[in-house]
Design a protein around this ligand. Structure first.
Ligand SMILES: Cc1cc2nc3c(=O)[nH]c(=O)nc-3n(C[C@H](O)[C@H](O)[C@H](O)COP(=O)(O)O)c2cc1C
Ligand SMILES: [Mn+2]
Length: 447
């Protein structure tokens, strides 16, 4: 697998692609359909986008099952594979042959962002946003490439916003350029090998193509951009080239955020796009804000590993951890095998310590499937001693976008222990019926 197309083939072979052939409008209709497809655990392929030739693909990493297919591993091995990639980075390889991502070139006056099928995803989004683009910029000091997600609101054919939080690497690079009153050259790869999507989610000290290479277990093929000194993926569907403009800010947003609420509107960086290269018949990849894919990339990919390490240091009886997409990264669910008295509570503390965003921790026995929300609710309903739960920590630091945080970013944190414990374990056994293949029991004649 080295591109979006090969990923789509794998997803298709596993029955995970929904082909939407009916015409859809980019104006909030495609986003609604994509949301419904993702909620069904699948990827959407829009063949017929109103006013456009280019198909649109969304929800490429819509679930942990998609992640496992992208990594060619079992679902339970995803966390280990990503940890292995970080420990074994592999530098990119600059290809000397013609790159598919540069089959067709458009420059200056032929560049027209409004000709790209960029959706207005959620009902209250301020406009069309490029969300699934991997933003590529170089550290002016080290020359290392940084990969990140920065949503880009389309303002006109050659102008976009670039949403950059205060602590981002690209913010550091831009601040250095802006201090010299210089623009920052950058590129955006749209429609890429999902290894690049995963790599873009990480914060890493070196060249971030190395993480993508580590994930893929071989070098990522890159090629020099047409108009600037930036290496771009050779197998992208489409690459935008341009500059982040020194001295310019423009109001951007709102857009659907990972908290499941809309972001505000405020001044953000502005970019000028001066060239676009693409394949002969490119696919446009998109990602809806507040979607499962947004949450998986933002939370699961980068945070389930550190969460697991943190709680496992506290107890060897931790079986598994999960940051479910429906918890916006604020909820951690942990399963344990026969925890000793007080051990689940300690594990809860370790989970809260793994990332500032973790706010609520639920600990269950490992006869509970932590990937099934109804099983977690069942454990909460039947096993929690509510006279002792939740254990609360008032006034700790949380995420500033969390509606539960106050103006100083303070919020309460809570640990809920929903395990049977040593005494009750002797008395109560979970009812488990064996799995059957139902089709083998339903005759064709009988219906
Ligand atoms: C789908 C998705 C969208 C994101 N959108 C933005 C964004 O608009 N602005 C931003 O500053 N960070 C955004 N992020 C977070 C960063 O891209 C991400 O954490 C990345 O690792 C930042 O890289 P850096 O810390 O190496 O600069 C987004 C993350 C994901 C997964
Ligand atoms: Mn970085």
């Amino acid at each position: 697998m080295d591109d979006l197309r090969s990923m789509l083939e794998v997803l298709r072979a596993n029955g995970l692609v929904v082909d939407v052939r009916r015409e859809v409008s980019l104006d909030r209709e495609l986003g609604a359909v994509l949301h419904a497809v993702e909620r069904s655990g699948r990827t959407a392929f829009f063949h017929n986008v109103k006013g456009h030739q280019m198909p649109v693909v969304g929800g490429v990493l819509a679930s942990h099952a998609h992640m496992a297919l992208a990594l060619d591993c079992e679902r339970g091995d995803v966390r280990g594979r990503l940890a292995e990639a970080l420990d074994n980075p592999i530098p990119a390889h600059e290809t000397s042959v013609a790159a598919p991502s540069q089959e067709v070139a458009e420059r200056d006056s032929t560049v027209a962002l409004t000709r790209l099928p960029v959706p207005i995803h959620a009902p209250l989004d301020a406009g069309p946003f490029i969300n699934a683009g991997v933003v590529i910029a170089r550290d002016p000091n080290s020359g290392f490439h940084n990969l990140s997600f920065n949503r880009m609101q389309i303002y006109d054919d050659r102008t976009t916003g670039l949403n950059v939080n205060a602590w981002r690497h690209i913010k550091e690079f831009f601040s250095k350029s802006e201090a010299r009153q210089e623009d920052l050259p950058f590129c955006v790869a749209v429609g890429v090998d999902p290894a690049l999507l995963m790599a873009a989610a990480f914060r890493y000290k070196g060249d971030e193509y190395e993480i993508a290479g580590g994930i893929r277990r071989r070098p990522i093929e890159v090629v020099r951009a047409m108009s600037c000194d930036v290496l771009v993926p050779a197998h992208a569907e489409l690459v935008l080239e341009g500059k982040v403009l020194a001295g310019q800010r423009r109001d951007e947003g709102p857009m659907a955020e990972f908290t499941g609420h809309y972001s505000g509107r405020g001044p953000q960086l502005v970019a000028h796009i001066s060239a676009i290269s693409h394949r002969r018949a490119p696919l446009f990849e998109t990602m809806a804000g507040a979607s499962p894919e947004h949450l998986i990339l933002g939370n699961a990919v980068t945070r389930e590993g550190p969460l697991f390490d943190s709680v496992r240091r506290m107890s060897p009886r931790v079986s598994d951890v999960h940051l479910p997409t429906y918890g916006s990264g604020f909820l951690a669910v942990i399963s344990m095998h026969e925890p000793h008295a007080g051990e689940a509570e300690s594990v809860g503390i370790a989970a809260l310590a793994s990332h500032v965003n973790v706010k609520a921790v639920v600990i269950v026995d490992d006869d509970v499937n932590i990937y099934d929300p109804s099983e977690i609710m069942w454990a909460l309903a039947t096993r929690t001693m509510w006279e002792k739960a939740p254990i609360r920590i008032p006034g700790a630091l949380g995420n500033d976008l969390d509606p539960a945080s106050d103006s100083q970013q303070l919020q309460g944190k809570a640990i809920v222990v929903a395990v049977l414990g040593e005494e009750r374990r002797k008395k109560f056994t979970k009812v488990n019926y064996p799995d059957v293949e139902l089709s083998e029991y339903i005759s064709v004649e009988g219906g």
